[in-house]
Design a protein around this ligand. Structure first.
Ligand SMILES: [Cu+2]
Length: 269
C-alpha cells in the first residue's frame, strides 16, 4: 500500500511539473511577442524633437569688387523691353553681402523629413525669373506663374547624373500656373527660357528642409535644426561650393560666415 501511494504521489508531481512547464512556455512566448513589437517601433524614424531644435544663421560675404552688372538687351521682345531692371544677376548684394547663395545642411542630418505640403513659387515677370535662386525640397511642389503678356518656355536642364528629368514647356499669357517637382537632390539646377535667351535661374533641390537662400545683405537663417554635428555648404552659381563644420547644441544658436571671391576677384564667369 505504501508503495502504491508513493507512485500516485509521483505521477501527480509529474503532472504538476508538466503544467508549470506549459505555463512558463506560454508566458515566455507572450514576452517574445511584446519584444518584437517594441523592436518594430524602434526601427521607425525618430521624429525631430521640436523642443530641442536650434538655429544656424550667418552671412555670406564677397571680398573684392563686384563686377558692374551687365545690361540685358531685351529688344527682341517688345513686351519684355518695356519693364524690369534689365541687368544680369550673377554677383549681387548690398555692400560686401553676397545675394543668391544657397546654404544647406549637406551632411549630418540622418533623420527623415517629408517634403512640405506647401508649394514654392517661380514668377516670370518682366521676362525675368523671380526669384533668381530658389530652394525647394525633393518632391515639394513648385508653382510656375507667367505674369507677362508674352509666351515663355520654361526649360530646366538638370545634370545628366542627377536622376532628375529635363523638360520644357510653353506657357502663354494668362495660362494657368504649371505645377512641377524634382525627385532627386541637386544644387544649382539651371533653368532657362527657350524664348528669351537672357532668362536664367537656378533651382536647388534639397534632401532635407534645412536650407536658405541669402538675401540682399548676404544673410541666411536656417531654423528648427535638431542638435548635432553638421556639414553646412554654401553654393554660388558661378563661384562654386564651400563647406564648414557646424556643431549645434540643444536649443543652440550658431553664427557662420562664408567668404567668396578675393582681392581683385570679379566673381567668376
Ligand atoms: Cu521667357
Amino acid at each position: 500500500m505504501k508503495h502504491a501511494n508513493g507512485r500516485v504521489m509521483f505521477s501527480r508531481m509529474l503532472a504538476l511539473m508538466a503544467l508549470m512547464a506549459l505555463a512558463l512556455l506560454v508566458s515566455c512566448s507572450k514576452n517574445k511577442g511584446t519584444n518584437e513589437e517594441s523592436n518594430a517601433a524602434e526601427t521607425k524614424a525618430t521624429p525631430v524633437d521640436k523642443s530641442q531644435v536650434g538655429t544656424v544663421e550667418g552671412t555670406v560675404n564677397f571680398t573684392g569688387t563686384k563686377p558692374t552688372p551687365k545690361k540685358i538687351d531685351m529688344s527682341q521682345d517688345p513686351v519684355c523691353a518695356k519693364k524690369g531692371e534689365n541687368t544680369v544677376e550673377t554677383v549681387m548684394g548690398n555692400a560686401q553681402g553676397l545675394q543668391n547663395v544657397f546654404v544647406y545642411v549637406k551632411d549630418g542630418f540622418n533623420g527623415t523629413a517629408d517634403a512640405p505640403t506647401t508649394s514654392v513659387t517661380i514668377d516670370q515677370e518682366g521676362c525675368r525669373y523671380h526669384p533668381h535662386v530658389l530652394g525647394v525640397m525633393a518632391g515639394q511642389t513648385i508653382q510656375i506663374k507667367n505674369d507677362d503678356n508674352t509666351t515663355h518656355n520654361i526649360h530646366p536642364t538638370p545634370a545628366a547624373d542627377s536622376g532628375n528629368r529635363e523638360w520644357n514647356e510653353s506657357q502663354g499669357p494668362g495660362a494657368p500656373p504649371l505645377e512641377k517637382s524634382f525627385g532627386r537632390p541637386e544644387v544649382m539646377l539651371p533653368v532657362k527660357c527657350n524664348q528669351h535667351p537672357w532668362m536664367k535661374m537656378y533651382i536647388n533641390v534639397a534632401k532635407n528642409p534645412y536650407f536658405a537662400v541669402t538675401d540682399a545683405d548676404g544673410k541666411f537663417n536656417i531654423k528648427d535644426l535638431p542638435p548635432g554635428d553638421y556639414t553646412l555648404a554654401a553654393v554660388h552659381e558661378s563661384m562654386g561650393e564651400q563647406t564648414q563644420k557646424v556643431h549645434l547644441d540643444p536649443k543652440g544658436a550658431q553664427t557662420v560666415t562664408f567668404t567668396f571671391g578675393g582681392a581683385g576677384s570679379s566673381g567668376g564667369k
